[in-house]
Unconditional design. Structure first.
Length: 74
């Protein structure tokens, strides 16, 4: 897979600065919500023909990295 940073864009003037796919107004959270609703990758691609499989992988990888951080207990 290509580096997800090439597919995930953040623009403060678009979608409130939320991470989007390749500059489109399709947010990473939109893709995650569709997966959470039970849609398969192919169903998401059928619903949003501007997306590519690599976009879906990038959204999942981005989300995983955002939540994978250590918590230091004091």
């Amino acid at each position: 897979m290509t580096d997800f940073n090439e597919r995930i864009t953040i623009n403060s003037e678009q979608c409130g600065g939320r991470p989007c796919i390749r500059g489109m107004r399709i947010r990473v959270t939109d893709i995650l919500d569709l997966f959470a609703s039970g849609l398969s990758a192919q169903e998401i691609l059928d619903e949003m023909p501007d997306l590519e499989m690599e976009d879906l992988k990038a959204a999942l990888k981005y989300a995983a990295q955002r939540f994978d951080h250590p918590i230091v207990a004091t």
